[in-house]
Design a protein around this ligand. Sequence first.
Ligand code: PMP
Ligand code: GLU
Length: 403
Amino acid sequence: MSISLSNLANTIGDSPTLKINAKARALKAAGEPVIHLGGGEPTYPAPQAAVDAIIQKAQSRKIKYTPSAGTPELKAAVLDYTHLHYGRRYEPANVIISAGAKQALYNFLLSVVNPGDEVIFPAPYWVSYPEMVRMAGGAPVIVRGEGKQLGVTADQILKAVTPKTKAILINSPCNPSGQIYSEDFIKTIVEFAEQKQIFLAMDDIYHQLVFDGKKTPNPCAYAKDGNNLVIINGVSKLYGLTGLRIGWAVCANKALIAAMGRMQAQSTSCNCDLSETAAAAALKGDQSCVQDLCRILQENRDVLLREAAQIPQVRVEKPAGTFYSFMDFSHYNADSNALAQYLLEKALVAVVPGVSFGAEGYLRISYCADQASIIEGMRRIRWALDKNAPKELKIGDKLLTRD
Ligand code: PMP
Ligand code: GLU
């Protein structure tokens, strides 16, 4: 008799974004001049306040378990953040701190989904949504735009609702498209979900990373008691603090937050003491780093779009936020996995295939790297796709060759 894994383990796939990070890292470590345009983390250095807080905490030599749902200090900082950005003053029992927005989302799904319940979200979606819903025993229901249209309307979401719908997941601005949902869209979904008593999770991890003076609509503006509305956020993208692994969920519904707390207490006990201290310091510190980050990302976006415009037949909608662009490369290869593999092998450029986000024919190209990398990466992609270009490209002392 052979030893076997669970059915769940045998069906849950790798995270394609983390996989491409690992691949790019391994190639770099092997000395290959790889350009990483696949990543989802700003290269921006950590805010000084966070660094000082970690040092101070470490020097106290008290690095212990913390309260399971988060330290009072970090909860207070998150509540102030929520008041400032969403106009709602909540209490500590309304917030749970988790190991990244990712764990907050997972705890949420574990706390609301019964076997067979449906969770609706639009495509293109963040890679982990379908797998997380399945891990919680639910059924992902993906809503797609008409034809080649990437965005979806509120109406299309409402039409996907069935008696089995337990939750709707919205990410604005959206990873991978960088698009912000309109005020009208958010209003319709918030009001509908509240009226029907369907949970609505707003994955707001990029809500401050917006460009051209745009703003993401505030869902709390349209909620009455907001008992079904969960706001998910974290410090990963806002401050470039991906390695802290600190995120949170805020909801008027204390029973939901308490349930999420039980999931967490029984699985990871609590968050990392050093990380919670650092995240609180970042939230309470000088916020000019967020504006600086937005300015840099907007400039990077413009550089990327300028470079992309030089590749014929590539279509892209100007991202309004995040640090991702979602480009239609179907003219070159309708199989985005094969194209991403080709670009990594031949041009040493890492990008993420669109199929991982539920949109075949696209590539997600990040612009959180430095501008020189963006320009070089796009130059190599252009070369790799141009049938009339020379078959060889010299990169330092390395010679790239393509088909
Ligand atoms: N949601 C979205 C849309 C993301 O892109 C990410 C990126 N990691 C997360 C949630 C999770 O972020 P983290 O766990 O690093 O806070
Ligand atoms: N969210 C980032 C991305 O989409 C980081 C990787 C991950 O957590 O999946 O690339």
